[in-house]
Design a protein around this ligand. Structure first.
Ligand code: SF4
Length: 357
């Protein structure tokens, strides 16, 4: 071991003794901490990848009540799963969760990080979290919180991607012989409650005496890629029986319900001309409503037009001069509004349109 790495190792070796007593005194009472069943740990970690702790609590309780075991998740109909996932975004994570549940229900839950990583949707971080919390393995789980704590503790200004793998390698040998799961959680908890992104609470920190930074000067900020901005027009076809939805076949939210979508800005006049050229004869177009929906990498500037007609929009033919279709007329299906609200999972990118039905 080189001298610098040796001194880093010495600092990290002190972490269990500094963090575990602090964790015992200060850990938050969270629903996924009731026990260390691997299924519960896994569901909570996937939910927490995209949602704040406070917002995830209710989702987690509801999800576990409906699907209390890995077997129940494996057998859950997709529409019910999406409904339970509603509000958590990234439906691909719910799909992967179920794919992995089917494997785990058949073959048993893997116990090591390397085996866990073979399941769909489980990367280094989640595998480390499950292996250490549920199976007491010395497997680090390095997420943004842990990178923040350790980069400040060690005064390490390298970029976050480099730090992620470096910290996983450096942490593994300093895991305590007992309480591996608590050690993992103590690091996460410190990052979430004390060593927060700005204005960390250094005076309340159990690592103050060994920390090289004692401020929010680190980690080095990631340069964020600019979000792509896209104009989107939604047509909310409505008749006596309800409103028309279709399953998205491409792009973000693929496989999810949405309204008929055209990827360009349209005026009332454009919409009328478009519908006529697609073969609709009797219809009225309501006042449009605007909304902005921000994904991690795209921003949709949306305008939704209610379209009232007793003609079935699924029978319309696309006009040949419009290339920005993001939906097929033929896949439209009408549902009563109550069914859309209560039974179907409509992503939040479209959910705001319900008030226009
Ligand atoms: S002393 Fe401050 S900067 Fe250092 S680990 Fe603790 S909270 Fe973070």
């Amino acid at each position: 071991m080189e001298t610098n790495e040796q001194s880093v190792h010495e600092i990290l070796l002190r972490l269990p003794a500094l963090l575990l007593p602090w964790y015992d005194q200060n850990k938050r009472d969270l629903p996924w901490r009731k026990n260390t069943d691997p299924y519960r740990v896994w569901v909570s970690e996937i939910m927490l990848q995209q949602t704040r702790v406070e917002a995830a609590k209710d989702h987690y309780i509801r999800f576990l009540k409906e699907l209390p075991t890995v077997q129940a998740l494996a057998e859950c109909p997709e529409e019910k799963l999406f409904k339970l996932w509603e509000g958590l975004g990234y439906y691909s994570r719910a799909k992967n969760l179920q794919k992995a549940a089917k494997i785990a229900a058949e073959q048993g839950f893997p116990r090591t990080a390397d085996q866990l990583k073979k399941l769909p949707g489980i990367g280094d971080y989640t595998a480390g979290a499950i292996a250490s919390i549920a199976f007491e393995q010395p497997s680090p789980a390095v997420d943004g919180n842990v990178i923040r704590v350790l980069s400040r503790l060690l005064g390490d200004a390298r970029d976050q991607e480099t730090l992620k793998s470096a910290f996983a390698r450096l942490l593994a040998p300093v895991y305590p012989h007992e309480r591996c799961g608590d050690f993992t959680q103590s690091l996460m908890e410190l990052g979430a409650t004390v060593c927060v992104p700005s204005s960390p609470l250094c005076l309340a920190c159990p690592l103050l005496s060994v920390c090289k930074t004692k401020s929010d000067a680190l980690p080095t900020k990631k340069i964020k890629a600019e979000r792509r901005k896209t104009d989107v027009t939604l047509l909310l076809f409505q008749n006596q029986s309800g409103a028309a939805l279709c399953k998205r076949t491409e792009g973000v939210l693929k496989g999810m319900y949405g309204f008929f979508m055209i990827e360009r800005a349209m005026t009332d006049e454009n919409v009328r001309t478009f519908l006529q050229s697609a073969g609709m004869k009797q219809f009225s177009v309501g006042a449009p409503h605007a909304h902005k929906h921000v994904f991690s990498h795209i921003e949709w500037n949306m305008r939704a037009f209610p379209v009232y007609s007793e003609e079935n929009a699924a029978h319309l033919c696309p006009a040949t001069d419009v290339r920005e279709y993001r939906s097929d007329f033929s896949s439209l299906e009408y549902f009563p509004k109550e069914k859309i609200e209560r039974e179907l999972s409509l992503p939040s990118a479209f959910r705001w349109c319900l008030k226009l039905l």
